[in-house]
Write a protein that binds this ligand. Structure first.
Ligand SMILES: Nc1ncnc2c1ncn2[C@@H]1O[C@H](COP(=O)(O)OP(=O)(O)OP(=O)(O)O)[C@@H](O)[C@H]1O
Ligand SMILES: [Mg+2]
Length: 404
């Protein structure tokens, strides 16, 4: 009946107090479950990118706490920060670390703005501690899954790319091989013809042009064969630091002329690799030329060497134009270029790729439009003999999972 209150339900006796507490607890529990349900919905949405998922999740947090009107939330993952609208750090905060693979990568935070309405001391419930830890665990799991998925799809892409490059390499090698012979004949006979006594000057010059064009074509064929990995590279001990420090001096002047600062960051303990010295020089030169061409208005070019137990790394990083996803996809295809005809033939990177893979290495690229590009090359560390390696095995393996 309206207005009529029954003792024990709405009255102020001891049992009514207990009922109030139970009701309040139940309300808190429902709020927690609603929040966890919302998180699992957002986490399992296959169409939402990770950033949008985290932005959605952070908004679900304040309503699950006891004083939602005073609460704001923040999720920090590395350098990314997701906050509720109007977020302000509060006098009281509760945080839980987001741990992935045993390493803390960020935190979930709840902040209470100070002021009236909060009990004195620690205003958080015991249940809220388990809740925030539970949420941090779910966020960690979600990020772990996303990263595993991204790595899988990148691997798939790499395999497809490697297959395509191998097929193109075979074709290129076949064509290059077939063209080599007639080209040598043209070159040989034009050189002979140019030596004919009493040759008119015009004919001499024409034959010279034939010779120059044949040499250019031979150069392209040579590069195609390197890309296709035909021919075994030399194998001598090579210290990449020495290549970077001593053998690139011609680029110092070129960089200065292009207003590019050339910085070398080398690891003095770098072990040697087994390689063809002139080919390694070609790899570094091609990457540097590309970097300089990407910074027509100047910038910073950084050459970095480092190593772990199995690989020696060389990075060539520029602060130039960067490249689009479409360009990145086609980088290593022979004759792919975005440059003017007289600026590039599109063989620089295919040659780099051929050299690196024929040395048992790997090349990766990360790039951001308008920010710059970093090519990272890994070569296997030189083994002294079958068992012994010439590096300190206690050195941890580096994580070189690059963008791209
Ligand atoms: N550091 C870089 N920054 C931006 N784009 C790059 C960079 N390196 C390569 N590229 C892109 O990749 C394309 C292919 O490079 P690649 O070195 O194979 O050929 P190229 O430089 O165009 O010609 P070539 O090297 O034969 O003179 C370039 O045309 C350019 O679009
Ligand atoms: Mg190039």
């Amino acid at each position: 009946m309206p207005g009529k209150k029954t003792e024990g339900v709405t009255g102020r006796g001891p049992s009514s107090g207990r009922a109030d507490v139970s009701r309040a607890k139940l309300r808190e529990r429902v709020k927690e479950l609603t929040c966890l349900y919302g998180i699992s919905q957002a986490a399992s949405d296959p169409d939402l990118p990770l950033e949008r998922k985290l932005a959605a999740i952070v908004r679900l947090l304040p309503p699950a706490w006891q004083y939602p009107g005073r609460a704001c939330a923040r999720i920090v993952i590395g350098e990314q920060v997701f906050e509720t609208p109007g977020f302000r750090e509060g006098a009281h905060r509760q945080t839980a670390p987001i741990c992935i693979g045993g390493r803390s990568r960020g935190a979930v935070e709840i902040h209470y703005r100070s002021g009236c309405g909060l009990p004195p001391g620690h205003p958080f419930l015991e249940e809220e501690r388990s809740l925030i830890e539970n949420i941090a665990g779910q966020v960690a799991l979600m990020i772990e899954n996303e990263e595993a998925e991204a790595a899988k799809s990148e691997l798939r892409k790499q395999l497809i790319r490697a297959d395509r490059l191998a097929a193109i390499g075979q074709l290129a090698a076949g064509v290059a091989h077939e063209l080599n012979e007639p080209l040598n004949t043209i070159l040989g006979f034009s050189q002979l013809a140019r030596k004919t006594p009493g040759l008119p000057a015009q004919a001499y010059n024409d034959i010279k042009k034939i010779e120059e064009a044949s040499l250019h074509a031979r150069n392209i064929i040579r590069e195609l064969l390197i890309f296709a990995r035909k021919g075994k590279p030399g194998s001598a001990p090579v210290n990449i630091n020495r290549v970077v420090m001593d053998e690139l001096s011609l680029f110092d002047a070129l960089c200065a002329k292009s207003c590019v600062e050339l910085r070398r960051v080398i690891d003095p303990d770098l072990p040697e690799i087994t390689a063809d010295r002139s080919q390694i020089l070609q790899v570094v030169s091609n990457l540097i030329v590309n970097a300089l061409q990407a910074m027509p208005d100047g910038g910073l070019l950084t050459l970095t060497t480092s190593f772990d137990a199995s690989s020696v790394f060389l990075e060539v990083e520029d602060t130039g134009a960067g490249m689009s996803e479409e360009v990145r996809e086609r980088l290593f295809l022979p004759f792919f270029t975005t440059k003017d005809v007289d600026q590039g033939t599109g063989l620089g990177l295919p040659v780099v790729h051929g050299i690196v893979t024929s040395h048992g290495g790997e090349i990766r690229v990360r790039s951001e439009m308008g920010k710059g590009t970093c090519f990272s090359v890994a070569f296997p560390v030189r083994r002294k003999n079958n068992q012994e390696e010439c590096v300190d095995e206690s050195r941890p393996k580096q994580c070189h999972s690059r963008r791209g």
